[in-house]
Design a protein around this ligand. Structure first.
Ligand code: URA
Length: 226
């Protein structure tokens, strides 16, 4: 049985993770200014840092438990999310809820859901590099405030952008990475799974990997046999 420190070392877990048990520091070195939830909410609502602000209805910061252990990160708000101001509320969101339920989680309890980019890209196109860069301080601030124990990156875009790679999602999934010192598991985007249900079995494997990883890092998280 690996000790917690062995697992930290194995996964290359860095400072944010190790700070989990110290008082929350609401900033990270490259997220400026240091945000509180109030200033972050306000900043995203009024953000004009990229061209998406001209076409979006509202900035979509995220939803869920601000003290969550699990942070789910998608790509960007779709049309319905842009209207309602909450991530993953469309058909992909319904599937995400079912995926979370399959490993004993719900979107408001110990889970926080957000996107790499907080504004809806017109026509659901991929966010562009300058748009990802403009939103990065917001994502880093969310991670510093939440201090999640595990990140689940949903879809090619989120996984590639968080891991700064062009590797295919098919090869990124199935292993544990790290982002900002937090263990990260990548899987298929629920919208993709709606188009290709035969890959749901692989997504289930990824969810089991995420759950196992989480359980190995948090002895008090309660066993869930998968
Ligand atoms: N797809 C995403 O990646 N995020 C959302 O919030 C909705 C759909």
């Amino acid at each position: 049985m690996l000790s917690r420190d062995d697992v930290f070392t194995e996964l290359g877990i860095g400072p944010v993770w190790r700070l989990r048990e110290t008082p929350a520091s609401p900033h990270t070195p490259d997220a400026s200014p240091p945000y509180t939830w109030d200033t972050l909410t306000d900043a995203v609502a009024h953000c004009t840092a990229c061209k998406l602000s001209a076409t979006r209805t509202r900035g979509v910061l995220g939803v869920g438990d601000r003290n969550a252990d699990w942070l789910i990160i998608g790509e960007a708000p779709g049309v319905e999310e842009d209207t309602q101001g909450e991530p993953f509320v469309g058909p992909a969101g319904k599937l995400l809820d079912a995926m979370l339920a399959s490993i004993g989680l719900t979107r408001r309890d110990n889970v926080y859901i957000t996107n790499v980019v907080k504004s809806h890209p017109p026509g659901n196109r991929d966010p562009e590099p300058d748009e990802v860069a403009a939103c990065r301080p917001y994502l880093l601030a969310q991670i510093a405030l939440i201090q999640p124990r595990l990140i689940l990156a949903l879809g090619r875009f989120a996984a590639q952008s968080l891991l700064d790679t062009h590797e295919a999602i098919g090869s990124l999934r199935g292993r544990v990475h790290a982002f900002q010192g937090v263990p990260l598991v990548a899987s298929y985007h629920p919208a993709y799974l709606l188009r290709k249900p035969t890959d749901k079995a692989r997504a289930w494997e990824d969810l089991c990997l995420a759950r196992r990883t989480f359980n190995s890092l948090t002895p008090d998280s309660g066993p869930l046999s998968l």
